[in-house]
Design a protein around this ligand. Structure first.
Ligand code: AMP
Length: 394
């Protein structure tokens, strides 16, 4: 079922959005990216003449603390949609049902925080059924929670066997990731960085055989280098993962994926932007020094692979990009990705820190797709079935 061609006219559409926005002490929204992202989905339903019922979680309330109320979002939502928004004090129950059953076409109701009921995260079927009573059609547009089997993200879909669909955010995310994993124009390359190899192992394993190239950067590179017998000084390593690192390199060869490790590093004598620095061959980092960025030779080598790829996934920074003196590798990769996007290469940026990096360098609008769902994106890349996706597809 396709969101764009579905006719919402006269239908009560229950949309699971991700309005989990940060609020300051005055309960003002400090970053409305997630609300903005849902506007196209919400506007399409209203433009069709649908009745828009929105549900979301906000934070992690324990005892229905008022600071987690979605009421704080009403004014801003009215501003984004240019239309009044009614608020239901409880997401389920008679009062909420009275409100939604009395809606006219083109009206909007925002339901109170789903997580004021512990049944939400428990994936309770009865609670999901209570939510389902509001509507004729269910739309899931909360990619950020698609990896959770919660009542509103997965269980509820079974109450709409014929009328359940993905909203525009979900469709965009799924299409972008599938384009890299299953439907890529070759050569296809994954750039994987970040602090620890342990958090990326499942992703790398799932990418072996699918990618032509994997470029490794960040702290995780040093576990591979040390496992190969290199001297990495006091760089970040996970010694209990060294054997696994060697297994990955072996499996990559067998599956036809070329893994590239950095050939040099910018080393520092302390974990500090002002520390002394030197460029070292990757396996020759002196004792007491730690690699905090990939070096210029590695940057050139990686830029070459990027230049020759047609599809690219980037997850995880090449170094400690939060410190200016160790951001060069990450900046160079980000700029090169922006450059090749111009000439038709598909570039997907996903996972918290690479998204933070691309935003920090103001290049987010120059790549093909920036994923919004950190944990969900990582689990999808690991090859896991996400409950929020499976429930709508079933
Ligand atoms: P992750 O959350 O695993 O993607 O890791 C991101 C973090 O890894 C960022 O905060 C970086 O500062 C950090 N990082 C990247 N390279 C290194 C490195 N060589 N040594 C220590 N930390 C690093």
């Amino acid at each position: 079922m396709n969101f764009d061609t579905y006719d919402f006219n006269g239908k009560k559409a229950l949309v699971r959005v991700d309005f989990n926005v940060p609020l300051n002490d005055q309960l003002e929204i400090t970053d409305d990216t997630r609300m903005q992202a849902a506007v196209p989905t919400m506007k399409k339903i209203l433009a069709d003449g649908g009745r828009l019922i929105l549900m979301s979680h906000l934070g992690r309330p324990k005892n229905n603390e008022p600071e987690f109320s979605l009421r704080h979002l009403v004014n801003h939502l009215e501003h984004l949609l240019s239309t009044p928004v009614k608020f239901a004090d409880n997401c389920v129950g008679d009062d909420a049902l009275d409100l939604t059953s009395g809606m006219q076409n083109g009206e909007v109701v925002l339901l109170e925080n789903l997580r004021y009921h512990k049944e939400e995260t428990a994936g309770d079927e009865f609670f999901a059924g209570q939510l389902a009573e509001h509507a004729d059609v269910y739309v899931n547009d909360a990619f950020g929670t698609a990896h959770r089997a919660h009542a509103s993200t997965a269980i509820i879909a079974r109450f709409f066997p014929h009328d359940k669909l993905f909203g525009k955010i979900m469709e965009g995310e799924i299409t972008a990731i599938d384009k890299v994993l299953h439907d890529s124009e070759k050569p296809v390359t994954a750039i994987i960085g970040g602090a620890k190899v342990s958090s990326k192992i499942s992703i790398i394993e799932n990418l072996l055989g699918r990618m032509d190239h994997i470029l490794i950067g960040g702290g995780m590179a040093f576990t591979f280098i040390k496992a190969q017998g290199g001297n990495v000084g006091s760089s970040l390593t996970e010694d209990d993962k060294m054997e696994l690192a060697l297994d990955i390199l072996k499996a990559a060869k067998e599956k036809g994926t070329q893994i590239h490790l950095p050939t040099d590093a910018i080393a520092a004598d302390a974990f500090n932007n002002e520390a002394n620095r030197q460029t070292c061959a990757i396996g020759e980092i002196p004792d007491g020094w730690m690699g905090l960025d990939i070096g210029p030779d590695s940057v050139e080598q990686y830029k070459q692979v990027i230049e020759n790829s047609k599809t690219i996934l980037w997850n995880g920074p090449m170094g400690v990009f939060e410190m200016e003196n160790f951001a060069q590798g990450t900046v160079a990769v980000a700029k090169k990705l922006a450059e090749v996007t111009q000439t038709g290469t598909f570039t997907l940026i996903g996972g918290g820190d690479s998204v933070a990096a691309i935003n920090q360098f103001n290049l987010a609008d120059q790549v093909s797709y920036v994923s919004t769902g950190g944990g969900a994106m990582l689990e999808y890349l690991e090859g896991k079935v996400l409950p929020g996706i499976a429930a709508v597809r079933e």
